[in-house]
Design a protein around this ligand. Structure first.
Ligand code: FAD
Length: 538
């Protein structure tokens, strides 16, 4: 037995001794190990408070994160501490729980033993696995650093850094050179996270920063939401999905559906739609397009779906492992022929259900089956609008302001901790009435992928001429002019009379020339914010 193992075992028996039952009965109590302190893990731990078990909750970080409000950290409304709470604090009054901050890296389901990142091992009688999901880049993991996703506090502060920095770099470039690269914010994926991010970036650009810069006009930044399927919020009913798209367009977000991402590079994104391929300049690219399960699902050795989520039955057990429960986003469970969605409500309900099943075990009864009680879904779209599919206590589809009020109420209610509820509510009141965002901090690195390359390449207008000149065999062509079937294609902007559909070039064209001039295909006919002198406000 190594020292760390000894430590864990000594610790675990001391916790058993501290419990209200006698020391003898504590020693023989089953040990439930919960991996993951998200919605599912915390609910499972709390549910076990009154059962004769000792619980070890292991999480690689020391806090529970309220992911539904992460985008508000990313867009500077809230600070990280407003939406996170130490797991120890949440469970501090529950005597039968100990909390370990460590990462589980191995599972031996035959020996009922976990291996931790620290090198220790942890035995269990029952295992509750609730380690959630991460971002999937569909096998292109090299895109992750170019297009961060939004799953953690680190992701949120990185997104905040990039979005705010883009405006700062544009202002500085404008002061020094009288032009700046296009301020395009490209959000990939129009599920709830993508829609919320796009709406919030549009808000920050159009409303919250409009008085803060002297040389650029933040409101002229463009927000492009790219979606592979034919609608935004694909999991929502068609009427709400259409309303969401309408609200996004009213916020100035350019919604491009039916566009698959074929490439992400420093400062650009490449898409393919029914008309061919296109390359879009991007000051900031954000990823909200896919999820993949925590690797622990595969380590369990049970069957998993294509995302890596563990197939479980209605007792939340993988086949042949009745002492293992897989919960929350990590579980693949179908009910009435439909996959239970990876959102907070099922995770909480599955967590609560673990206690019901263990109570049945101890009473010698059959475990009750889990059934998801669907109360509905919601997504916000900008400052004061949302869409809501209400499934309980009555059925309704809401959009706009009423849906937004419902969204606020539900989120305040489900936030863990009174301090966080008060802090979040106060920040919202402050933000919505003063049009300022308290958490507009840029921390860390002061560079953006691709920005330097855009600056070196020169103003989009000049690049357009030089590329056309290349295509036309050295003869300069006019900006926006035609160059036969091979000329550069343009992505229309507001100077062309408002946002429009992508104009797509052919893949062959792009591939053969992208080595010569990155970003040359899609430039603005009239670059934004170039018309005035470096020191004038535009
Ligand atoms: C940006 C965003 C917005 C969302 N908005 C909404 C919304 O509006 N409404 C809604 O219902 N749902 C929303 N969701 C989904 C919701 O947050 C998830 O469904 C829910 O968090 C799933 O809970 P979980 O307990 O399964 O996993 P998580 O909450 O992801 O928790 C997993 C935990 O496991 C820990 N962990 C992972 N691997 C290990 C390991 N190897 N060892 C130890 N610990 C580990 C992690 O640190 C984490 O604490 C959103 C999600 C995101 C990312």
């Amino acid at each position: 037995m190594d020292k760390r193992t000894e430590f864990i075992q000594t610790k675990s028996s001391s916790i058993s001794t501290e419990s209200s039952d006698s020391a003898q009965s504590a020693v023989s109590r089953p040990r439930v190990v919960i991996v993951g302190g998200g919605f599912a893990g915390i609910h499972a731990a709390k549910g076990l408070a009154k059962l004769p078990v000792d619980v070890t909750l292991i999480d690689r970080r020391n806090y529970h994160l309220f992911q539904p409000l992460l985008y508000q950290v990313a867009l500077a409304v809230l600070s990280p501490a407003d939406i996170a709470q130490p797991i120890r604090t949440i469970l501090r009054h529950q005597k039968n729980v100990e909390v370990l901050m460590d990462e589980v890296v191995g599972i031996d389901s035959r020996e009922r033993r976990l291996t931790l990142g620290s090198g220790a091992t942890q035995d269990y009688d029952y295992l509750v696995l609730a380690t959630g999901v991460g971002d999937s880049y569909f096998g292109r993991d090299e895109w992750a650093s170019l297009a961060p996703g939004l799953k953690t506090i680190e992701d949120a502060t990185e997104i905040r850094r990039r979005v705010l920095l883009a405006f700062e770099l544009a202002e500085r470039q404008m002061v020094e050179h009288g032009w700046h690269p296009s301020l395009n914010f490209v959000v990939i994926g129009a599920g709830a996270t993508g829609v919320e991010l796009a709406g919030a970036i549009s808000d920050i650009a159009r409303l919250y920063m409009r008085h803060d810069f002297r040389h650029i006009d933040p409101a002229k930044a463009r927000v492009l939401l790219i979606e592979g399927s034919d609608k935004v919020l694909g999991a929502y009913p068609a009427d709400l999905s259409a309303k969401a798209e309408d609200m996004l367009r009213k916020l100035g977000v350019e919604v491009h559906t039916g566009q698959l991402i074929t490439g992400v590079g420093p400062g650009w994104v490449e898409v393919e739609g029914k008309n061919g391929r296109a390359r879009i300049d991007a000051a900031v690219t954000l990823w909200a397009a896919g999820v993949k399960a925590s690797p622990l699902g595969k380590l369990l050795g049970a069957p998993v779906d294509r995302r890596g989520c563990v197939q479980v039955d209605n007792k939340l057990n993988p086949p042949g492992l009745p002492e293992v429960f897989v919960l929350g986003d990590l579980a693949h469970l179908e009910q009435d022929g439909r996959l239970i969605p990876g959102v907070a409500q099922p995770a909480m309900q599955m967590g609560d259900h673990v206690a019901n099943m263990l109570a049945a075990d101890f009473a010698g009864e059959t475990r009750p089956a889990f059934r998801y009680f669907d109360k509905g879904d919601m997504a916000t779209i900008g400052r004061m609008a949302a869409v809501a599919r209400v499934a309980w206590p009555f059925k309704a589809h809401w959009s706009g302001f009423p849906a937004w009020i419902t969204w606020i109420t539900v989120h305040i209610f489900f936030l863990i901790g009174y301090r966080n509820r008060i802090a979040v509510f106060a920040a919202w009141i402050w933000t919505y009435f003063t049009f300022t965002r308290a958490a507009r901090l840029i921390t860390g690195d002061q560079s953006l992928p691709g920005w330097k390359e855009h600056v070196t390449a020169g103003p989009p207008e000049l690049r357009l001429i030089s590329v056309e000149s290349l295509i036309a065999g050295g003869k300069p062509a006019r900006s926006g002019g035609k160059a036969g079937g091979h000329g550069p294609k343009t992505l229309p902007n507001e100077t062309d009379g408002g946002p429009g559909p992508l104009h797509l070039g052919t893949g062959d064209e792009r591939d053969s020339k992208s080595q010569v001039m990155p970003n040359r295909q899609f430039t603005h006919r009239k670059p934004q914010m170039m018309e005035k002198s470096p020191h004038s406000r535009i």
